[in-house]
Design a protein around this ligand. Structure first.
Ligand SMILES: Cc1cc2nc3c(=O)[nH]c(=O)nc-3n(C[C@H](O)[C@H](O)[C@H](O)COP(=O)(O)O)c2cc1C
Length: 371
């Protein structure tokens, strides 16, 4: 699980930043806490800048999108929130990746109740999911203490450890996860054939990772890539892929997502923009998956099917995908989608043969921000 920590103070000796570093120190291996260090470099928010947001704002948005939860600690200035944290939140107001994000707010100063109330109001207005159980006021012995002092204070260390546990609990039942567990038109995880296959694959598995590995290997090795094997029909829905035993990379990713969701494991779709052959245009999309693992958070897997030169595997936390990104117009499209891109659905539903799909492979323009 990934937590992005934001401190509303730019002071080198900030107690709020020290609290967040202490949380990072206390986090178990399964929780990655990273502090965003660029809030002081964000320009003042101006909606006119949305046409071409500055790199640091894009970085913040991408980090927010990649995080399972945010943890904010920010001081009170003149009975309000600091400009630093308000400006950062202003950059996130119009960003769709922020909506429903689980957020916890730590208040390092019991007397600073105005800022605490104001930041909560702002977050709720921005459609964040406030994690109440993890949003606490810390009984700090003094404002002039550092990370080492905080770690050496058992009451504080224990409270912050509980904060981490509460965030983890909230993430696992967060509404933000719901789309990655839902059955839908193309990821039809409630189709009887998918439910039966998912149960068969999970049978006898000791833990979640074993289930993911079996589902991944089934789709990678048993379901044949439609172009590698020149196999019709063209499939799109997960159930079609399973029933016909074939699919393009996109369709195979629908099946893998459906099998994982049918087993109660959050799964989404990722895309890469790649050249069709070597280092030259034309480009096309390539479809793969991300699965949410309790121990590591989102982890990408590629079940398109191995062949000479392609050796994708499930070996978390190491990522072993099918294709490297080799030239500047190729890219990993940012974001994890719950549903397929419209261009992918169009290619798979409007082209009746695998040859026609190959002649009309979907592509999108180079992405500069999270879609
Ligand atoms: C400009 C300014 C205004 C402040 N206003 C308040 C305030 O209204 N209420 C309060 O409790 N503390 C106030 N403080 C004290 C800070 O909250 C306190 O110094 C806190 O430790 C700062 O957080 P930091 O250590 O993370 O920088 C103010 C401090 C500054 C610098």
């Amino acid at each position: 699980m990934k937590i992005l920590a934001l401190s509303g103070s730019l002071r080198a000796a900030s107690i709020n930043s020290a609290v967040l570093r202490t949380v990072r120190h206390l986090a178990p291996a399964s929780i990655d806490v990273s502090l965003f260090s660029g809030l002081g470099d964000l320009p003042l928010y101006n909606p006119d800048l949305e046409i071409a947001p500055p790199a640091i704002a894009k970085q913040l948005r991408n980090d927010v999108a990649a995080a399972d939860a945010l943890l904010i600690a920010s001081p009170e200035y003149a009975h309000g929130v600091t400009g630093t944290i308000k400006n950062a939140l202003d950059w996130l107001v119009a960003f769709e990746g922020f909506a429903d994000k689980p957020v916890a707010v730590l208040n390092a100063m019991p007397r600073a109740h105005h800022a605490d109330a104001a930041i909560r109001e702002t977050l709720i207005t921005m459609s964040a999911t406030l994690i109440e159980a993890a949003s606490i006021t810390l009984p700090l012995p003094s404002a002039n203490i550092d990370e080492a002092d905080l770690l050496a204070t058992p009451e504080i260390a224990s409270l912050l450890t509980d904060v981490l546990a509460e965030i983890e609990r909230a993430v696992n039942r967060s509404p933000a996860m719901k789309p990655y567990l839902d059955s839908s038109l193309y990821i039809d995880s409630q189709h009887p054939a998918i439910v039966a296959q998912a149960a068969k694959l999970a049978d006898g598995c000791g833990d979640e990772e074993e289930i993911v590995k079996r589902c991944f290997e089934f789709v990678r090795d048993v379901i044949k890539h439609s172009w590698d094997y020149r196999l019709n029909p063209v499939t799109c829905k997960a159930s079609e892929v399973l029933i016909h035993g074939t699919g393009y990379c996109y369709a195979k990713s629908h099946l893998l997502a459906a099998l994982l969701r049918a087993n109660g494991i959050p799964a989404g779709l990722c895309y890469q923009r790649l050249t069709l052959d070597g280092d030259q245009p034309p480009y096309c999309l390539h479809g793969l998956n991300a699965v949410y693992l309790q121990q590591y958070g989102w982890y990408r897997i590629d079940a398109r099917g191995n062949k000479p030169g392609v050796d994708a595997d499930f070996c978390p936390p190491l990522e072993k995908l099918a294709f490297p990104i080799v030239n500047p117009l190729e890219q990993d499209l940012p974001g994890i989608r719950a549903e397929p891109l419209p261009a992918v659905v169009k290619a798979l539903t409007e082209n009746p043969t695998v040859e026609q799909v190959y002649d009309n492979l979907p592509d999108v323009a180079h992405q500069t921000h999270t879609v």
